[in-house]
Design a protein. Structure first.
Length: 614
């Protein structure tokens, strides 16, 4: 009998694991824990990304909702013409599409279009409103140089920015610019977008659109320009004020050479055609600088505030007095030319009457070289011409011209101001301190009442810029505008009433329909008659026997000198014959002049100008 061998059980033992399996299990769990620790940030990151995407999407939608009416803006393909006229009807300047009807891109000579596209947006016909390649290239260049060197806006983006949006730089505007570019690309052909651009883009010297620029710069239609003239027109798009042939013909030609080379690089013309273009004649411009160009620019920028957006050509009649304007320009230019050795290179003048009408405005010594208006845009330290507000505030707060103040050394922290002549005069009257323009006596006076009253009065009288509440403020350390000083001093000249500066009297359409007429403002007293009388007498003393003696006239004259530290600014502000005039001299780079104070050249200019006023 054979013995049966017991069978091995095939049932797995689930109650216990082998050492090897246990080891593998522990290893797997460890890996899972490690992976879990490594990837803990994935979920929060996804949530953050989703949140950011939602925020960006909401912001983009907001930008879309707040965009201007694109369709309405596009209807005005040509910018309406605006002609600025003096009070007697003499033309000062014309802006907009003055000379032109609409020109269509596909009707222009091909080299005109090629010059613009090769320079402004060489991939215009291939991109979708945003040039990815151009943007990437510009970003690399800017990163290499660590500053903004190269832009990448397409023509479509420039149409969006120039035609529909404000010039203020912001993220919202950039987003809207891009959205509009996409909208334009979807709804219009490339030629239609280019037509919008060529008819509305600013071309320098007050011209908008290629036809108006061609007429003004070359005295011919844009359909008739040769290749060299086309290159000049395309070249000035980068910087119209700098490259237009009115400002600098040689600079315009140098820029045109760059444009022609761009056309060669873009395979639009050959090298031989480029060389031939360089020999072509350039038409003579019919630009007449005349007088009042700074004033004309200032008025043009104000027109929309009076009548809003428009689609018709208009004539704007202004307050400019041609005789006073011409005299102001000539006297300023003559004086600066004769005193180059004193390192004085620029200046500004504003003349305003007792009713607030701006009768003359000179924003610089040479409009052809710089269109920056130093009368309305520049901020400069007024020096002692600001003391008028200090002494007038004192008079309004009960002080008398005969009251005594102390002219003695003073220290405010590390600041130790001095008088102009480094001397001290002890006890002096308000009148004498003002006449001599004593700094230390003025500081003593301002310590006797709240400086906030000085600041408040200066703002009421017409100063629009911030004024720092400090001891140095009373000596003219806070920067002001020339036009604001003219307005402020005119409130004394007119008897103590607020004087709001204005330049526009009437606006007509080209066919004679009146769309605006100025209505006289109701008078508002801001200075008491007694204080006006006292400060006027004190200002008169400044001219008779004080720092302003070089401004003396045959009859009445009242004014105040002002000189900032190291002779960086020199002022004379005063009134006579029912007019207030303010003269400023200095340098755009803020470098010191050589002993040019308010009582020297500015006072002389003021006197000579006032002698021209009848």
């Amino acid at each position: 009998m054979t013995q049966k061998t017991p069978k091995k059980s095939t049932k797995k033992n689930t109650s216990k694991k082998s050492p090897e399996k246990k080891k593998n299990s522990r290893s797997t769990k460890t890996k899972r824990k490690k992976n879990g620790k490594k990837r803990w940030w994935v979920k929060p990151l996804l949530i953050l990304a989703a949140a950011l995407f939602l925020i960006v999407a909401i912001y983009v939608f907001y930008c879309w909702l707040t965009m201007p009416n694109i369709k309405k803006s596009i209807e005005r393909t040509r910018l309406p013409a605006t002609t600025i006229l003096s009070e007697n009807g003499q033309e000062i300047e014309s802006y907009g599409g003055v000379y032109s009807d609409i020109v269509y891109a596909n009707d222009l000579p091909q080299y005109v279009v090629d010059a613009v596209i090769s320079t402004e947006d060489r991939r215009f016909y291939s991109h979708f409103g945003f040039d990815v390649i151009g943007f990437s290239r510009a970003m690399v260049v800017n990163l290499i140089h660590r500053r903004y060197v190269q832009g990448a806006s397409t023509i479509t983006q420039q149409v969006s920015k120039n035609l529909f949006l404000s010039p203020k730089k912001s993220i919202r505007r950039k987003v809207q610019e891009l959205l509009m570019a996409f909208w334009l690309e979807k709804h219009f052909t490339k030629d239609q977008i280019l037509t919008l651009y060529l008819n509305r883009v600013y071309m320098g010297a007050g011209t908008y659109g290629i036809e108006a620029a061609s007429q003004k710069f070359f005295h011919k239609s844009s359909h008739d320009v040769n290749m060299m003239e086309a290159a000049i027109l395309a070249g000035l798009l980068k910087a119209p004020a700098r490259y237009n042939p009115v400002s600098n013909r040689e600079r315009a030609i140098d820029r045109a050479k760059v444009v022609l080379q761009n056309m060669v690089n873009n395979k639009k013309i050959s090298v031989a055609q480029k060389e031939q273009a360089l020999k072509m004649p350039i038409g003579n411009n019919k630009y007449d600088f005349g007088i009042g160009k700074y004033f004309g620019d200032w008025v043009y920028n104000e027109v929309n505030a009076y009548i809003g957006e428009r689609d018709t050509d208009i004539n704007v009649y202004t307050t400019l007095d041609g005789k006073i304007q011409k005299a102001a320009e000539e006297i300023l230019q003559k004086t600066i030319a004769a005193n180059r050795d004193k390192n004085v290179t620029n200046g500004a003048i504003v003349v305003i009457d007792n009713g607030g009408a701006v009768r003359a405005m000179v924003g610089g010594v040479d409009y052809s070289k710089s269109q920056f208006n130093r009368a309305t845009q520049s901020l400069r330290q007024p020096g002692s011409s600001f003391k008028t507000f200090v002494y007038l505030a004192a008079l309004e707060n009960g002080f008398k011209p005969s009251d005594i103040i102390e002219d003695k050394p003073v220290a405010v922290g590390k600041w130790k101001p001095e008088n102009y002549d480094k001397k001290y005069y002890g006890e002096v009257s308000l009148t004498d301190a003002f006449r001599r323009s004593l700094n230390l006596a003025t500081i003593d006076l301002s310590s006797k009442f709240s400086k906030r009253k000085i600041i408040s009065l200066a703002h009421k009288m017409g100063i629009s810029t911030p004024i720092e509440n400090s001891s140095a403020m009373v000596l003219g350390s806070s920067e002001v505008k020339v036009i604001d000083m003219a307005v402020a001093y005119s409130t004394i000249s007119n008897g103590g009433y607020a004087n709001w500066p204005y330049s526009i009297t009437e606006i007509y359409t080209k066919d004679g329909y009146k769309i605006y007429e100025r209505v006289t403002d109701e008078k508002q007293r801001i200075i008491s008659p007694e204080s006006v009388e006292k400060i006027t007498a004190m200002l008169q003393k400044v001219v008779e026997s004080g720092t302003g003696k070089r401004a003396q006239l045959q009859g009445f004259a009242a004014g105040k000198t002002g000189t900032s530290q190291d002779y960086r600014d020199a002022w004379f502000a005063g009134f006579a014959k029912g007019y207030t005039a303010v003269v400023w001299l200095g340098n755009d780079n803020n470098s010191p002049m050589k002993n040019v104070g308010g009582g020297t050249l500015p006072a002389q200019i003021w006197k000579e100008l006032m002698q021209q006023i009848e």
